[in-house]
Write a protein that binds this ligand. Sequence first.
Ligand code: CTP
Ligand code: CA
Length: 222
Amino acid sequence: VRLRAKSGLLIGKKVVITAGGTREALDPVRYLTNRSSGKMGYALARAAAENGAEVVLITTTARENIFGVEQVFVSSTQEMLVAVTHAFSDADIFISAAAVSDFKPAEFATHKIKKQTDSGLTLNLVQNPDILQTIGQSKKTNQIVVGFAAETQEILAHGKEKLIKKQADMIIANDVSKSDTGFSSDDNAVTILIPDHLPETLSKTSKIEIARAIMARIITLK
Ligand code: CTP
Ligand code: CA
C-alpha cells in the first residue's frame, strides 16, 4: 500500500478546477460544444492532489477517478458557473481549465426542431457569462485565480489582455493552432503569464508534467 498525499505544500488548501467543454442545449436532443477533451483539467487535479490539496473538479467529461479528487459533473456554462461559485466560496485556488462555450442558443426549443422543406436553419446565439472573470472580480484577498488563454495568434499580447480583464493572478497561454499540443492531444506547450513578471515558457511535454510545473508555480504565488 502506497501512502499518498501525507505530505505536500497544498495540505489544508482547497483547490477548485474546471475541465472539459461546456454543452449548450438547442433542443431536447441537440447541443453545441467544442473539441475539449478535459485532459488538462484532469492533469491539474492530479497535480493538486499529489501536493496534498483537497480538490473539487467541476467537469463536463467523466475521465478517470483520482485519489483525493471530488468530481462534480455539469453540462452547461450556467451550471458550471453555479457549481464553481458554490465550491470556491471557501476555497484557496481556482483554476479555469474548461473550454467554456462563449455563446449559447438564444432560445431553448422545448420540442425537437423539425426540418422545413428546402430551407436551412439560422441559429441565434447570445453570450454566456464569463466564469473566470466573474470569479476573478469577486475573489477575496487571499484567494488565487488562474485561467488559460487559448490563442491562434499574438499569444502573449492576447494572454496579457486576459490577465488584466479577468483580474487573474496567472494566465497560462496556449497556442491552439498546432495539432500536436492543446485540445485532445496528450502533450502541451504553454507560456505562464503573471502580473509584473517576465513570461515563462514550458516547452512541449506531457500534460501531467505541464500540470505539475503549473502547480509548482502557483504554490510560489502567495
Ligand atoms: N472562460 C470562462 N468563461 C467563459 C469563457 C472563458 O471562464 N465564458 C475562461 C476559460 O476557462 C479560460 C479563460 O477564460 O480559463 C480564457 O478563455 P478563452 O476562450 O481563451 O478567452 P475568452 O475570454 O473566451 O476570449 P476569446 O475566446 O474571445 O479569445
Ligand atoms: Ca472563448
